[in-house]
Design a protein around this ligand. Structure first.
Ligand code: ZN
Length: 293
């Protein structure tokens, strides 16, 4: 599932390979891809325009067009944006083809079919991205921000970190790695974290996402870059999908539990559920997961 490092990699690839090219026409092969406007207006708006830029906000990929509109992708679980040479035939599960004016084509392929796209004007784009939390590498995202935003919450820390309104771009793979790195149990209530733990958590968020970008993303199943290559960060994961394997921190065993409805990997020794302070018998705050994309 593309999270911040994967979408960042795709965005960087687009900047290097595709920005500056023109789109001759678009072929919409699966209308479920388009959230807005109508499929007809979506296809029309993508014909005869130039790709002027690419950027990322949270897990949204924003392709800027010479028309002033933006093509916004949410790659969800299995979305791949693939640049293929003129000789290559379309493959299965292609939801959208953009025919570039130099003969290349850009495919949106998704075998899970959950990817979504929007063609938005400046106001629509602003509305769409409003309400997202700060980018983890922005100046706004400080230890102080994190404590102020969620430090009094009695909800579990893992679902809070997945809430895109709290911090942008973290999903189910990186959150487990971040919490392991910070030695915080995913079920800890935010209000029980110490000042030192908040600082460790903040540093772990940046460190793990930066490593993911450095390794061009994590490919556990479907993620590919724009040239169809898997990332390498899966080779650096310490707990995610490593149930029963040796914990790199203590030599114990990584376990899998359910936290906030999500499969969760952790080391119960390195990440004690009571934070190492004895039992906490406060009732759990039950929250819905919001903003998870
Ligand atoms: Zn351990």
């Amino acid at each position: 599932m593309p999270e911040l490092p994967e979408v960042e990699t795709i965005k960087n690839d687009l900047r290097g390979l595709v920005v500056g090219a023109g789109i001759e026409r678009a072929e919409l092969r699966d209308e479920r891809l388009v959230e807005e406007p109508s499929p007809e207006d979506f296809v029309r708006g993508l014909g005869g325009v130039r790709i002027t830029g690419a950027r990322r906000r949270a897990k949204h990929l924003v392709v800027e067009l010479s028309s002033g509109e933006a093509l916004v992708f949410q790659l969800k679980i299995g979305g791949q944006l693939l640049l293929v040479p003129p000789v290559e035939e379309p493959t299965r599960n292609v939801m959208l083809v953009l025919y570039l004016d130099d003969g290349r084509r850009l495919f949106l392929r998704d075998q899970t079919e959950f990817s979504r796209a929007r063609l938005l004007g400046p106001e629509g784009l602003e509305d769409r991205l409003a309400g997202l939390g700060p980018e983890p590498f922005s100046d706004e995202f400080t230890v102080g921000y994190l404590r102020e935003r969620i430090g009094t919450r009695r909800a579990q820390i893992k679902p809070l970190l997945l809430d895109q309104k709290v911090v942008a771009g973290i999903g189910n793979i990186y959150v487990d790695e971040i919490l392991f790195d910070a030695r915080i149990h995913p079920r800890r209530r935010a209000s029980t974290l110490s000042a030192e733990e908040w600082a460790r958590l903040h540093a772990a968020i940046r460190r793990n996402l930066a490593a993911g970008i450095e390794h061009r993303g994590t490919t556990v199943r479907l993620y590919r870059d724009v040239l169809g290559r898997p990332g390498e960060h899966q080779n650096h994961l310490r707990v995610f999908e490593r149930e029963g394997e040796e914990c790199p921190g203590c030599g114990g065993r990584v376990v899998r539990e359910r936290v906030g409805g999500r499969g969760t990997y952790l080391c119960p020794v390195c990440q004690p559920e009571d934070g190492g302070k004895g039992d906490q018998s406060l009732p759990l705050e039950v929250e819905s997961r919001e903003g998870e994309g």
